[in-house]
Design a protein. Sequence first.
Length: 266
Amino acid sequence: MENCMTRYALITGASSGIGLALAEALARRGRSLILVARQRDQLETIALELTQRFGVEVLFRACDLSEPLRLSGFLLELEEGERQIDLLVNCAGLGTCGPFLAQDWGTEQDLIEVNILALTRLCHTLGNLMAIHGGGQILNVASVAAFHPAPWMSTYYASKAYVLHFSEGLREELKKTGIKVSVLCPGLTRTAFFRTAQLAVEKLAHSRLMMSPEEVALYAVRALDKNRAVIIPGWRNRWLARAPRLMPRWMMRKLAGVTTKAYCPR
């Protein structure tokens, strides 16, 4: 009977950007979905649209992952529920830009709660549930930012480095449980992230590195089929990920700082 159960892909940050594009790409393949984000109205509209377009079941849950108590309640629902989740996509993320000491601490804390703590807790809870059912797949979304530090966005870059290293370590740990772990490291992607992080969008709009969320999502789902460990869409982004190995770290920090500061408003 268990093999006949509907299995779901749970996607955080599913109301826009790469998360939404991944939801659409998976729905197109016939996957049933559970969408998670803060904006209930947007999720409801997206769920209805995906159901109508692709004929799949799409559930949604409004949850602010920066609030540990709300996340705890959501995780308890998942543990006590009967729906089997065999794919977790941790796509929710926050960014800040500017001098670290000038940042509002509450905003920095929210970034850490979402980018690191919520992602890790979701992996822990759903990883245990997947192990009980004999396997599953986890896709954590990091960034090419994970491969080097960058002044003026120090917390964001560090959080993505955590996601990369955590995911790679977890991949080895969970192999014998049947759980496959991959990490997606996109570069510049045309999303609302730049506005929320207060980056100068107009300076980035015509960058050759810029990809659409749909391009990133298509590349990601194809790489998931192949069980790739580290997924980097676009040859330019793959080059950027390798570049830090070719120069001294002091030079890498300097170059990253100059580049990042140019896009920060302060």
